[in-house]
Design a protein around this ligand. Sequence first.
Ligand code: SDX
Length: 436
Amino acid sequence: MKLADNKATLSFTNGGPSVELPVYSGTVGPDVIDIRKLYAQTGMFTYDPGFLSTAACQSSITYIDGDKGELLYRGYPIEQLATQCDFLDTCHLLLYGELPDAKAKEEFDRRVTMHTMVNEQMQFFLRGFRRDAHPMAVMTGLVGALSAFYHDSTDINNPEHREISAIRLIAKMPTLVAMAYKYSMGQPYIYPKNSESYTGNFMRMMFATPCEEYEPNEVLVRAMDRIFILHADHEQNASTSTVRLCGSSGTNPFAAIAAGVACLWGPAHGGANEAALNMLHDIQRNGGVEKIGEFIKQVKDKNSGVKLMGFGHRVYKNYDPRAKLMQETCREVLGELGLQNDPLFKLAMALEKIALEDEYFVSRKLYPNVDFYSGIVQRAIGIPVSLFTAIFALARTVGWIAQLNEMISDSEYKIGRPRQLYSGSAKRDVQPIGQR
Ligand code: SDX
């Protein structure tokens, strides 16, 4: 970041001394006002619950232009990465800052492949869960449990430990998600097969059984790989901020990523893809396209508590570029499976059209986000609704790790410790129970 040729002056109407604050610029996007000395100079905090106007860090990983609906990973537009690269290329890019050349790709893919198995003991964690446990409950437990197996790489301040933990987490997430799925189905776990691609391996671990040969459908593998790319990172969203804050205490990478998994689960965040599909199912059950008007009326009624899941975004005030790519992927997958007339896809497109013409959504700049179509694609591929957010966590793990490693290797970083505006009781004395 560089000092801008601009400064901010804070003056107070009560005659207090004004304060001059430096302004910094990045490569692109909004400048920042550096308030790090504000408390020392004024005895006051800034107040920004939800962090609508707060840059918590500087980062060179992902850039989002919410007005243009633009998303760049290390400067590359998501549209180019999603169509010209695969997920492991994207992992290499997010982790190391550059797309791999052929040699680097072969080495990186091989390293990840060699870490896809998990310790045999991991299956005993699964046995402790009910078969109908939500996969995100299982994943929060399993990812946290990984730190119990890798005592050789839990020092987050050691670059070698960070590197091997990154590879292990990226490599093992597909295995753990597939194990959570097989456990819920009462089917045997399928071990990774080193001759398969990263995503082909995932599809095989999910859908193969020991009873017959399994050949992944390349169109579906490609679609799943694209879903991973689209979900890989997204600047300082809630779960990434959770991982950064958790990691800032110096805890191990596995624990920090487990915190990200827990945060992503929420329906306002990664859980929205599951909620969006359930919403479409509900509309379908209650009359389908003819009932969209009634549903939209409910959404606009604040007292209903009903939201159009998969719509709206804190940053995008234009169409989420990932939603466009997800819609295209939807068409490809449904076409491949002969489901062009899938009623849920048609319902989703009708709902999107009506919402985008409705003043309530237009005035609030509410557009489809990544979660609006991803559920339809995953359902067509055969992924159960309850596993959607676990797939999101699988893909986002590389983004969480890249952001965590960027923070830890930033000499300026220190443990995150926000303050507050206290509005509780003033100091008072405990009274004997008889006088309370
Ligand atoms: C993800 O941050 C990220 O980058 C996240 C993510 C990532 O890759 O990491 O992109 C992934 O989490 C995508 C978002 C998935 N969530 C949903 O689809 C859930 C539905 N969306 C909303 O909950 C909401 O849009 C949020 C949480 C996504 C954003 O909320 P904000 O920025 O806090 O906006 P807001 O809630 O203040 O909404 C502004 C207005 C409000 O109305 P008014 O009070 O102004 O009258 O828009 C309304 C909201 O009620 N609104 C919606 C709505 N989203 C916002 N009304 C109906 N349906 C919606 N979906």
